[in-house]
Design a protein. Structure first.
Length: 130
Protein backbone atom coordinates (compact mmCIF):
# COMPACT_ATOMS: atom_id res chain seq x y z
CA UNK A 1 0.00 0.00 0.00
CA UNK A 2 1.31 3.44 -0.89
CA UNK A 3 0.85 6.02 1.85
CA UNK A 4 1.77 9.69 1.45
CA UNK A 5 5.30 10.21 2.75
CA UNK A 6 4.32 13.13 4.96
CA UNK A 7 1.66 11.05 6.72
CA UNK A 8 4.15 8.23 7.31
CA UNK A 9 6.75 10.63 8.72
CA UNK A 10 4.26 12.43 10.94
CA UNK A 11 3.00 9.09 12.21
CA UNK A 12 6.51 8.30 13.44
CA UNK A 13 6.68 11.51 15.50
CA UNK A 14 5.29 12.15 18.96
CA UNK A 15 2.68 14.88 19.40
CA UNK A 16 5.22 17.43 20.75
CA UNK A 17 7.51 16.69 17.81
CA UNK A 18 4.66 17.15 15.30
CA UNK A 19 3.76 20.46 16.94
CA UNK A 20 7.40 21.60 16.76
CA UNK A 21 7.51 20.77 13.04
CA UNK A 22 4.22 22.61 12.48
CA UNK A 23 5.55 25.66 14.35
CA UNK A 24 9.00 25.71 12.71
CA UNK A 25 7.90 24.77 9.17
CA UNK A 26 4.25 25.81 8.81
CA UNK A 27 2.28 24.51 5.86
CA UNK A 28 0.74 27.97 5.28
CA UNK A 29 1.44 31.60 6.13
CA UNK A 30 -1.16 34.31 6.58
CA UNK A 31 -0.35 37.32 4.39
CA UNK A 32 -1.56 40.90 5.05
CA UNK A 33 -4.73 40.39 2.95
CA UNK A 34 -5.77 37.62 5.34
CA UNK A 35 -5.24 34.82 2.82
CA UNK A 36 -3.49 31.72 4.07
CA UNK A 37 -1.01 30.76 1.37
CA UNK A 38 0.76 27.42 1.10
CA UNK A 39 4.54 27.39 1.46
CA UNK A 40 6.46 25.12 -0.90
CA UNK A 41 9.36 23.25 0.68
CA UNK A 42 11.99 21.45 -1.41
CA UNK A 43 15.16 19.79 -0.10
CA UNK A 44 18.20 22.05 -0.41
CA UNK A 45 16.15 25.12 -1.39
CA UNK A 46 14.61 27.96 0.59
CA UNK A 47 10.89 27.75 1.32
CA UNK A 48 8.79 29.53 -1.34
CA UNK A 49 5.69 31.65 -0.82
CA UNK A 50 3.88 32.68 -4.03
CA UNK A 51 1.41 35.54 -3.47
CA UNK A 52 -0.14 38.32 -5.55
CA UNK A 53 1.61 41.66 -5.10
CA UNK A 54 -1.63 43.31 -3.87
CA UNK A 55 -1.92 40.78 -1.06
CA UNK A 56 1.46 41.85 0.32
CA UNK A 57 0.77 45.61 0.56
CA UNK A 58 1.59 46.92 4.01
CA UNK A 59 4.18 44.26 4.79
CA UNK A 60 7.68 45.70 5.19
CA UNK A 61 9.72 42.64 6.08
CA UNK A 62 10.09 39.32 4.32
CA UNK A 63 8.18 36.57 6.15
CA UNK A 64 10.34 34.00 7.92
CA UNK A 65 9.99 30.43 9.17
CA UNK A 66 12.03 28.33 11.61
CA UNK A 67 11.49 30.75 14.50
CA UNK A 68 12.57 33.69 12.32
CA UNK A 69 15.84 32.14 11.17
CA UNK A 70 14.92 31.39 7.55
CA UNK A 71 13.45 34.00 5.17
CA UNK A 72 11.01 32.65 2.62
CA UNK A 73 11.68 33.23 -1.05
CA UNK A 74 8.80 35.40 -2.24
CA UNK A 75 7.36 34.91 -5.70
CA UNK A 76 5.39 38.14 -6.12
CA UNK A 77 2.72 37.40 -8.68
CA UNK A 78 1.14 39.67 -11.27
CA UNK A 79 -2.66 39.49 -11.61
CA UNK A 80 -2.24 36.78 -14.26
CA UNK A 81 -0.64 34.53 -11.61
CA UNK A 82 2.85 34.64 -13.09
CA UNK A 83 5.85 35.65 -10.98
CA UNK A 84 6.66 39.31 -11.58
CA UNK A 85 9.50 39.39 -9.06
CA UNK A 86 11.34 36.80 -6.98
CA UNK A 87 13.00 38.15 -3.83
CA UNK A 88 14.33 37.37 -0.37
CA UNK A 89 14.17 41.08 0.48
CA UNK A 90 10.65 42.55 0.40
CA UNK A 91 11.80 45.89 1.81
CA UNK A 92 14.25 46.35 -1.07
CA UNK A 93 11.56 45.35 -3.58
CA UNK A 94 9.17 48.04 -2.30
CA UNK A 95 11.92 50.68 -2.25
CA UNK A 96 13.67 50.01 -5.55
CA UNK A 97 11.82 47.67 -7.90
CA UNK A 98 8.13 48.25 -7.16
CA UNK A 99 7.92 51.71 -8.82
CA UNK A 100 8.97 50.21 -12.16
CA UNK A 101 6.78 47.12 -11.70
CA UNK A 102 3.88 49.43 -10.83
CA UNK A 103 4.30 51.39 -14.08
CA UNK A 104 4.41 48.22 -16.16
CA UNK A 105 1.48 46.46 -14.54
CA UNK A 106 -0.83 49.46 -14.04
CA UNK A 107 -1.20 49.80 -17.79
CA UNK A 108 -1.90 46.11 -18.31
CA UNK A 109 -4.14 45.65 -15.26
CA UNK A 110 -6.03 48.92 -14.60
CA UNK A 111 -8.70 47.20 -12.46
CA UNK A 112 -6.09 46.30 -9.86
CA UNK A 113 -4.72 48.58 -7.19
CA UNK A 114 -1.20 49.95 -7.82
CA UNK A 115 -0.64 52.51 -5.04
CA UNK A 116 2.40 54.75 -5.00
CA UNK A 117 2.90 53.93 -1.32
CA UNK A 118 2.65 50.13 -0.90
CA UNK A 119 3.90 50.43 2.70
CA UNK A 120 0.63 52.03 3.84
CA UNK A 121 -1.80 50.66 1.24
CA UNK A 122 -4.53 48.26 2.25
CA UNK A 123 -3.83 44.72 1.00
CA UNK A 124 -6.40 43.29 -1.39
CA UNK A 125 -7.50 39.78 -2.23
CA UNK A 126 -9.45 40.77 -5.33
CA UNK A 127 -9.30 43.62 -7.87
CA UNK A 128 -11.32 46.78 -7.34
CA UNK A 129 -14.89 46.77 -8.66
CA UNK A 130 -15.91 49.43 -11.14
Amino acid sequence: RRAPLLDVLQGALSYPQREAVRREAPERLTVPSGSQIRIAYEPGRPPVLAARIQEMFGLAETPRVAAGRVPVLLHLLAPNGRPQQVTHDLRSFWETTYPQVRKELAGRYPRHSWPQDPWNAAPQRRPMRR
